[in-house]
Design a protein around this ligand. Structure first.
Ligand SMILES: Nc1ncnc2c1ncn2[C@@H]1O[C@H](COP(=O)(O)OP(=O)(O)O)[C@@H](O)[C@H]1O
Ligand SMILES: Nc1ccn([C@@H]2O[C@H](COP(=O)(O)O)[C@@H](O)[C@H]2O)c(=O)n1
Length: 347
């Protein structure tokens, strides 16, 4: 293990990442430092930092049967992520408005079929949000089954976008935009009971029409389209909003994913040293309570050195010719007093 570590992170020139603008134009500047440094940097996982603001928002898809608790779960996630900019987009907003003819035969319309949604519009909006643009989302009225033609909901660019709906996993193009897919899995009887209560109280329906629609369209479409899309989920939450453990774990995961992104946003001059197996190995070793003191010091020292060397790579420098016992070399000399640090490491 020690040998592997030694060869992987021993003294090297990984700190010498020259930006083209800082390269001297004289022929002597092609001394191989730059190529060596960049190759070494890549080998160490010191990839160039992403351009500020280039990171895309984290898109979470939340699916599940009607009244399974999708909105409730999303609200809980949003509440727990209170220090991040999070927006919720409902697939319901993208229902096609009914034509006059369809409205007259409302009882025959299947709102649970994929064709009931304007998926192209949904894709366009999600694509824009993912690329950091704000969008106008349609507003849907469940009482008259139409989109409001005059007003929209303006949704601004955010760190986290949550897309929620019964069929958000159905279309592969929508699925492909998602960084995390959650399926809320709640017992069908409980969902029906909730749906009856919600639709009669909030959506202006009577119990008979809710039951008829459920038997004719909601349940068959759940079996045909919603349930088969469960296999795409990364996480399945049994019992929806009652499952605090699952929601806590999901929030932790999102926080971890957002961590580096946030630091880079707050401090534009933060550069993240990308991890490698060697770096992870050393982090693991120094956290092992049984590690010997010399080993702890050894690996901690190496980790610290990687950070310092990476930092040095961001400093400006000038070339200096020196005479060594074996000949003449060009070395890049970091601006004092940092030069001291650099020389100490390469000797
Ligand atoms: N864990 C729960 N316990 C009791 N009622 C709930 C629970 N989760 C959701 N509900 C209720 O069930 C209905 C549907 O929940 P909602 O989160 O809107 O589901 P969905 O978005 O999947 O349709 C709402 O009236 C809500 O208040
Ligand atoms: N005009 C409409 C549009 C949709 N529905 C039903 O809504 C359900 C989806 O919303 P959830 O919050 O329950 O996920 C879906 O099952 C449709 O049947 C409707 O009744 N009327």
């Amino acid at each position: 293990m020690d040998d592997v570590m030694e060869s992987a992170v021993g003294p090297h020139f990984s700190g010498l990442r020259l930006s083209p603008s800082s390269l001297p134009s004289s022929p002597s500047s092609s001394s191989g430092f730059n190529g060596t440094a960049d190759a070494s940097a890549a080998a160490d996982g010191f990839a160039p930092p992403p351009a500020a603001g280039s990171k895309q928002p984290f898109l979470i898809g939340v699916s599940g049967g009607t009244a399974s608790g999708k909105t409730t779960v999303c609200d809980m996630i949003i509440q727990q992520l209170h220090d991040h900019r999070v927006v919720l987009v409902n697939q319901d907003s993208f229902y096609h408005g009914l034509t006059e003819e369809e409205s007259e035969r409302l009882q025959d319309y299947n709102f649970d079929h994929p064709d009931a949604f304007d998926t192209d519009r949904l894709l366009e909006c999600m694509g824009k949000l993912k690329s950091g643009q704000s969008v106008n989302i349609p507003i849907y009225d469940f009482k008259n089954h139409r989109r409001c033609s005059e007003s929209f909901r303006k949704v601004n660019a955010s760190d986290v976008i949550i897309l929620e709906g019964i069929l958000v996993f159905h279309d592969q193009r929508v699925r492909d935009l998602m960084d995390m897919k959650i399926f809320v899995d709640t017992d069908a009887d409980i969902r029906l009971a909730r749906r009856i209560r919600r639709d009669t109280v909030e959506r202006g329906r009577d119990v008979i029409s809710v039951l008829e629609q459920y038997g004719r369209f909601v349940k068959p479409s759940f079996d045909d389209f919603v349930l088969p899309s469960k296999k795409y989920a990364d996480v399945i939450i049994p019992r929806g909003g009652d499952n605090h453990v699952a929601i806590d774990l999901i929030v932790q995961h999102i926080r971890t994913k957002l961590g580096q992104h946030d630091l880079c946003k707050i401090y534009p001059n933060v550069f993240v040293v990308h991890t490698t197996f060697q770096i992870r190995g050393m982090h693991t070793l120094i956290r092992n309570r049984d590690i010997t003191t010399p080993d702890f010091v050894f690996y901690s020292d190496r980790l610290i050195r990687l950070v310092v060397e990476h930092g040095l790579g961001h400093l400006p420098f000038t070339e200096k010719q020196i005479v060594t016992p074996t000949g003449v070399y060009l070395i890049p000399l970091y601006h004092a007093p940092i030069a001291f640090l650099f020389l100490r490491f390469v000797i």
